[in-house]
Write a protein that binds this ligand. Structure first.
Ligand code: MSP
Length: 511
């Protein structure tokens, strides 16, 4: 029996500006998986939140002439509001400035000290405030007179200060062993290879405290230092489960996490530092880290200077949240970078949602309203074609669940929308309107089968377009507790005693 509990996280966001499409993308991916796991019958815990410490945030607050805490309060709220706008099903929203998080980070720090993994020395090297990351000499290049990171392109500055170090070098082999014995720990496989290559070169000890600024969690017993923001931030995944109280139900039920969804830019922190910290603290490691690619706009990384930023909130206001969720999942293959554009978004809404799924529901429901007193007709003898239509989807359930478990959301969605396309075609080809006078039983069975298929497609679409799919399930009177994967496998589940609910146009075509 597979485990009943499922813990999934998004990265916690830097509240340093307006939420953008990359943030929306990370969150939507995790939400789709969380929702699928729920309808699969799992007890899901889904976490998101904001990452509020570090020099980047402190400087941003100074630039805005605001008290740092008040600055964080304001911007963290924008991200919390975004969870509503994106219709996320998160169970918690953690802020790293909360007391519960301080307790948890302090405890982890003490564990690392106790295990002998922390020592005091001096850091001399490059630091990128924008990435909150240390870089080696060979990772730096010069561009327009500025030193920048070759990896991220962001500006670096020279830092020399007293610092505590974590003995990361001592964990290289243990990390490599773990990657080898857990080939699904880092996905997609290309990211695993990238990490393995990096660790094989040998790891240097990691500076885990700073003394030149104060916006962070003080090191226990040496308040001159604040804890490195990534050690602080990564611990959020434990804080939300009441860590260090490891006897609490939340911790017992949900740690280790099943899946950390992250963007590829923060892979090193999650796939190297995080497991090393956890091993040193003798805590179990998460099961999987999935590093998704970048969302590009007009084939370029979105940036203010290029002026190609697509604002998720504006797009949702224009087209709707389900439309954006659907488009992002359909358009971008999860591990790769993916280009998005307004043009393609409009085409996707028209082709997949309005003309395909929306149209299928609309025309079948209107036909039933006109010809069957607005009730799903009873089926008599299902034909081979009727059975083939619904049977294929039922047989595919394991394949679909596997796709979700491999985080292949893109192919999952392609398959689901194909069922809708096939159902539309079946409705056209079997011409139920022509059967009304000649073979009413056949007409009824065709309609029953297509509505059953609409029900099953809608259940499968719930994780992606929850508002619209729920509306369709309302129309055909499917009880909310029955909107689950297990129901798809059953026969004779449609309620034929009630009239269909009101049908509204779900997806307006866009010009
Ligand atoms: N605060 C850290 C995460 C700490 S997790 C313990 C952080 N925050 S972030 O706000 O900069 O980014 C959050 C997520 O958004 C990351 O997964 C990042 O990869 C993702 N994206 C930001 N821009 C992106 C795109 N243009 N495309 C896709 N996702 C990208 O990193």
């Amino acid at each position: 029996m597979s485990k009943k509990n499922y813990y999934i996280t998004t990265p916690i966001y830097y509240p340093s500006g307006r939420p953008h499409m990359g943030h929306a993308y990370s969150s939507i991916i995790a939400d789709v998986i969380a929702r699928y796991k729920k309808i699969e019958g799992k007890n899901v815990y889904f976490l998101t939140g904001t990452d509020e410490h570090g020099l980047k945030i402190q400087r941003e607050a100074e630039k805005n002439k605001k008290n740092t805490q008040l600055f964080c309060d304001e911007i963290s709220k924008k991200f919390k509001d975004l969870t509503k706008i994106l219709n996320l099903s998160n169970n918690d929203f953690i802020r790293t400035t909360e007391k519960r998080h301080y307790k948890s980070v302090e405890d982890l720090w003490k564990k690392l000290e106790q295990s002998g993994d922390i020592y005091l020395d001096k850091y001399k090297g490059w630091y990128s405030v924008s990435d909150e990351a240390y870089y080696d000499n060979d990772e730096i290049e010069e561009k327009d007179g500025l030193k920048i990171s070759k990896l991220s392109g962001s500006k670096v500055e020279w830092v020399e200060e007293e610092s505590y170090f974590f003995k990361l070098s001592a964990w290289s082999q243990k990390l490599l062993d773990h990657y080898k014995s857990h080939p699904d720990f880092i996905l997609p496989i290309s990211r695993n290879n990238e990490v393995v290559k990096f660790v094989e070169k040998g790891l240097k000890d990691l500076s885990v405290s700073r003394t030149s600024f104060s916006w962070g969690i003080p090191v226990p017993k040496n308040q001159k230092h604040v804890i490195y923001v990534w050690l602080d931030a990564l611990t959020n995944y434990l804080s939300a489960l009441n860590y260090p109280n490891t006897t609490s139900d939340l911790y017992k039920n949900f740690w280790p996490a099943d899946l950390h969804v992250i963007g590829k830019d923060i892979l090193r922190f999650h796939a190297i530092y995080w497991p090393a910290f956890l091993m040193a603290a003798k805590l179990p490691l998460p099961k999987r880290i999935f590093g998704h690619g970048w969302i590009l706009s007009d084939d370029k990384k979105m940036s203010k200077s290029i002026g190609n930023i697509l604002d998720p909130i504006e797009i949702i206001e224009m087209f709707g949240i389900d439309q954006l969720r659907y488009y992002l999942i359909k358009e971008v293959s999860l591990g790769n970078d993916g280009n998005i554009s307004l043009e393609n978004l409009k085409n996707c809404i028209n082709n997949d949602l309005a003309n395909n799924y929306g149209n299928l529901c609309q025309r079948v429901f209107s036909f039933i309203k006109k010809n069957c007193s607005n009730k799903i007709p009873p089926k008599k003898d299902l034909s081979k074609q009727d059975k083939a239509l619904t049977g294929k989807l039922k047989n595919d359930i394991n394949i679909l669940t596997n796709l979700i478990d491999k985080q292949d959301l893109n192919n999952y969605l392609k398959k689901v929308i194909e069922y809708s396309f096939d159902s539309n075609k079946y409705f056209n080809d079997s011409e139920p309107w022509a059967l009304k006078k000649t073979d009413i039983n056949k007409m009824n069975s065709i309609l029953y089968s297509i509505v059953e298929q609409i029900k099953n497609i809608s259940i499968l679409l719930l994780p992606i377009i929850p508002i619209s799919a729920n509306k369709i399930l309302d129309v055909i009177n499917v009880k909310s507790e029955l909107r689950v994967i297990n129901e798809i496998k059953k026969e004779n589940t449609l309620d034929i005693s009630k009239e269909l609910g009101n049908v509204e146009i779900l997806f307006k075509k866009v010009e």
